[in-house]
Design a binder for this molecule. Structure first.
Ligand code: MCA
Ligand code: AMP
Length: 509
């Protein structure tokens, strides 16, 4: 039997080598990982999981949850992780769209999710923050010598939902080879080895924490210290025990605010990487000065895994995302006609390579619209390539807010606000925020004589949208600025409210 991704993992790891240590000190070797994920995989098959079936997972981060990802791959399933912040209303959409065979949730959410799962024909299983629950209980007695289900390079390993500029989220279909090829490239490019210990503080329901961090370390046979979430005190306390950390810019701005960040505590580190959102040059420079480590910034997307990276050796230039990774073709084109623009000029970033996804789940039209005829994927990011070949991201062609590394599509928030009594219309924008990079901000026009206030709007959104999508501020205006075509000028709003969080940063939510 061959299982494209897991065969590569098997051949990369040594049974007696350390795999992961949890925050509470529990440890697993790779041999234990093979055994544990094998038992879980056997259970999934016993529960009726067929090759290609989706396993939707909305649970707190734990080592067992990582095992469940590996088990799903081994069982021939398609792993579908969901942000723990999603509300039941949001989950209803994902489960209805993906039609998973099994939905795994925290025991506290099981009752709420059951009617939704039943409606869509899915079975509910539980896993809590310590990894305990119906799945681990049932798997504990089984044998670990599971024969992995056959899966080829083009078969799906995961579906990750990514918000859409219009309409609802789209499921990006990632194949075994998308994940494997990108992780192997990163092992090489970032020089990961079996001696590495990664401090893992990212969530594992997104590409960054699950694939860029975990797959890369595993395929190098290295180990991880697995934290439930980012906490600057805890990260600095553990730093002397690790060699590397991957983070979003908020990790680095928070570390810079901590008096414990210095050269001594980071002296055993060989690599800090940043991505998911732009790292300010100021943050890069301050971090270099304080620690002697230039953060390595890279650029990727859910649909493509990683596309570019600053070099391991050589200059890591602040404000750039480095060079296209080996095997990834990147070009900058005119957004209107797709014609390449001269080097140095700004345009749409397009990419092609083994990293690029297989399309959006059951959305052939949307898939078609985002690819050129010659196979390049249109990222929606605006950028340029400088004379040394470094890629600069200079903006977004898509109306997207990135807050603390999470993407928020304004349309989704506007649609919820616009439905409220007393609201005529709204525009949601991202405004510079000292902690999250950008803060979701709603600019609202009331209906005539209406008196709706910020508090009522936020209360109405609380069970509709995940917390990270909810506006940090709601501002009321008489009317929205529009151009001659009637389109709301979000750039005017962004300029007008540019300093609302920085001016009063102590109070800004
Ligand atoms: C938490 N809150 C947020 C965010 N996170 N609000 C906006 N944006 C956020 N990112 C809310 C909380 O619910 C809380 O609300 C309040 O803000 C403050 O929470 P706090 O405790 O400060 O937050 P935290 O739990 O410390 O989390 C902040 C964080 C976290 C560490 C930056 O959001 C995080 O780990 N982000 C990483 C996201 C990530 O992995 N992105 C990768 C996507 P209240 O107090 O009212 O309850 S993959 C990707 O983008 C591509 C492929 C790529 O290139 O990597
Ligand atoms: P997601 O849809 O969550 O996969 O987020 C992907 C988006 O995050 C990209 O299209 C970019 O807009 C943004 N992104 C990721 N890494 C970087 C980076 N290093 N600098 C600027 N933007 C980034």
């Amino acid at each position: 039997m061959t299982n494209h991704l897991f065969d590569a993992i098997r051949s990369a790891v040594r049974n007696d080598a350390p795999f992961v240590e949890a925050a509470d000190g529990r440890k697993w070797t790779y041999g234990e990982m093979l055994d544990h994920s094998g038992r879980l995989a056997a259970l999934l098959v016993q529960r009726g999981v067929q090759p290609g079936d989706r396993i939707a997972v909305q649970v707190e981060k734990s080592v067992e949850c990582l095992m469940l990802y590996l088990a799903t791959v081994r069982a021939g399933g398609v792993y579908l992780p969901l942000n723990t912040g999603y509300t039941l209303a949001e989950l209803d959409y994902f489960i209805g769209d993906a039609k998973p065979a099994i939905v795994v949730v925290d025991p506290g959410k099981a009752d709420g999710i059951r009617p939704i799962a039943e409606k869509h024909g899915a079975r509910v299983e539980t896993m809590d923050a310590d990894g305990a629950g119906s799945l681990t209980d049932a798997a504990s007695g089984g044998a670990g010598d599971f024969a992995d289900v056959e899966r080829g390079p083009e078969d799906l390993a995961a579906i990750l939902y990514t918000s859409g500029t219009t309409g609802r989220s789209k499921g990006a279909m990632l194949t075994h080879d998308n994940l494997l090829s990108n992780a192997l490239t990163l092992v090489d490019y970032w020089r990961f080895t079996a001696d590495d210990v990664l401090l893992h503080a990212l969530p594992i329901f997104h590409t960054h924490g699950l694939f860029v961090a975990s797959n890369t370390v595993i395929l190098a046979g290295g180990s991880m210290i697995f934290l439930p979430k980012f906490d600057a005190d805890q990260v600095l306390a553990l730093m002397p025990r690790v060699t590397s950390m991957m983070g979003v810019p908020t990790f680095y701005t928070r570390l810079l605010q901590h008096p414990g960040l210095n050269r001594e505590v980071t002296s055993g580190m060989r690599l800090f990487t940043s991505g998911s959102a732009p790292l300010l040059a100021e943050t890069h420079n301050q971090f270099s000065e304080r620690t002697g480590h230039p953060i390595l910034e890279r650029y990727g997307m859910t649909e493509t895994n990683m596309n570019t990276s600053n070099p391991y050796d050589g200059d890591r230039i602040a404000g750039t995302v480095g060079f296209p990774l080996p095997g990834v073709e990147l070009r900058v084109t005119h957004p209107d006609n797709g014609e390449p623009v001269p080097q140095g000029e700004t345009g749409m970033i397009e990419v092609k390579g083994p990293n690029v996804f297989a399309g959006y789940w059951q959305m052939p039209e949307k898939t078609k619209a985002e690819f050129r005829d010659d196979g390049f994927f249109i990222t929606g990011d605006l950028g340029r390539i400088d004379e040394r070949g470094y890629v600069h991201i200079v903006g977004r062609g898509k109306d997207l807010v990135i807050s603390g590394g999470y993407n928020i599509y304004p349309k989704e928030v506007e649609a919820e606000i616009d439905q409220l009594d007393g609201v005529l219309e709204s525009a949601v924008i991202g405004v510079s925020h000292p902690d999250f990079g950008e803060g979701v901000t709603a600019v609202v026009v009331r209906e005539q004589a209406a008196t709706i206030e910020e508090k009522a709007i936020l209360a109405a959104l609380s069970d509709k949208l995940a917390k990270f999508k909810q506006p940090k501020r709601v501002i009321f205006v008489e009317e929205l600025p529009r151009n001659t075509m009637g389109k709301v000028q979000k750039n005017v709003l962004r300029d007008e409210y540019a300093d609302i969080y920085t001016k009063t940063s102590a109070k800004a939510g």
